[in-house]
Design a protein around this ligand. Structure first.
Ligand code: SAM
Length: 294
């Protein structure tokens, strides 16, 4: 079956046929420009050997393209009111299974096993923007389940994910995402590609899953806390920002000593540190704060 739904007229007809009311609260913005789902499917590099985990199929627009390109699609959707709509739009796309529920509450290994799918799978999604970070971080923490993630996000969020040290967009999200995967912005998408139009521009990001963390460290959660501290007060020197973030339990003297051990300037700001430097700093600080506990 050929995809047909990425079209304003067909989308409106489908919504009207089922008297479906779009819910902003669920981040429902449906694609109406065929070049976008085509671009997403191409960026994901789908073939008949692939199983796709789609998040938020909505009315099934992107799902049709994924079903046409991949061997199988498992699509997780929270809004049960979409049941008759998806039954209609996915008629003839026999390789799609819709799972009803909240993606944030899914036990993904179990979900895949229940549907007879052996990881790794490819994640492809036009994400609900209100929960982009929790969804992505939840998935990336189980990166061995996925070979790649190709996702539509708010343009600014995509830029932050892929940002390099020293740039304005570099921050907590860059460090945490790049710890698990290699992100690349592959497509810019204007608001008029959606119905209804979002207020922001969008971007498709392809995240290539790594075989292991990009910069191994002993405690990933501590590393994320260190980078959170660094970017919460990014105008401060890193030593002051670390000391000013109580959950870390690091003094300014300890922070300065750790920076000296790494050969970094005592007045450096967090935005200058590479992921590797953050990981090394985190290991040193972890040891110093452990000594405090004793
Ligand atoms: N895939 C469709 C498209 O591209 O036209 C719709 C994408 S729309 C931006 C996001 C979809 O995610 C909506 O269908 C929404 O109901 C769904 N959604 C929102 N929160 C969710 C959650 N926690 N778990 C699963 N799906 C969710």
């Amino acid at each position: 079956m050929k995809p047909y739904l990425a079209d304003p007229k067909k989308t409106k007809e489908l919504l009207a046929r089922h008297e479906f009311l779009i819910k902003k609260g669920y981040g429902q913005n449906f694609l109406i420009d065929p070049s976008v789902p085509e671009g997403i499917a191409a960026a994901a590099g789908l073939g008949p050997e692939d199983t796709v985990l789609e998040i938020g199929p909505g009315i099934g627009t992107l799902t049709q393209y994924l079903a046409a390109a991949a061997g199988r699609v498992i699509a997780v959707e929270i809004d049960r009111k979409l049941e008759p709509v998806l039954a209609d739009s996915l008629q003839g796309f026999s390789n799609v299974t819709v799972v009803w529920g909240d993606i944030l509450k899914q036990d993904i290994p179990r979900l895949l096993a229940e549907h007879g799918v052996t990881p790794p799978v490819k994640v492809v999604a036009n994400l609900p923007y209100y929960i982009t970070s929790p969804i992505l971080m939840g998935l990336l923490k189980q990166a061995d389940l996925f070979s790649s993630l190709t996702v539509m996000v708010q343009a600014e969020v995509g830029e932050r994910m892929a940002a390099a040290p020293g740039s304005k967009a570099y921050g907590y999200l860059s460090v945490s995402v790049q710890y698990y995967a290699e992100p690349q912005v592959v497509l810019s998408v204007p608001p008029h590609a959606f119905l209804p139009q979002p207020k922001v521009s969008s971007a498709v990001v392809r995240l290539e899953a790594l075989n292991g963390p990009a910069a191994p460290c002993r405690d990933a959660d501590f590393l994320f806390a260190v980078s959170k501290a660094a970017f919460l007060q990014r105008r401060k020197t890193l030593a002051n920002a670390l000391a000013g973030y109580a959950p870390l339990g690091v003094s300014r003297e300890q922070a300065e000593a750790a920076l000296a051990e790494l050969g970094l300037d005592a007045r450096i700001r967090g935005e200058r540190l590479s992921l590797r430097e953050f990981a090394a700093l985190s290991d040193i600080l972890r040891d110093k704060t452990r000594l405090n506990d004793k």
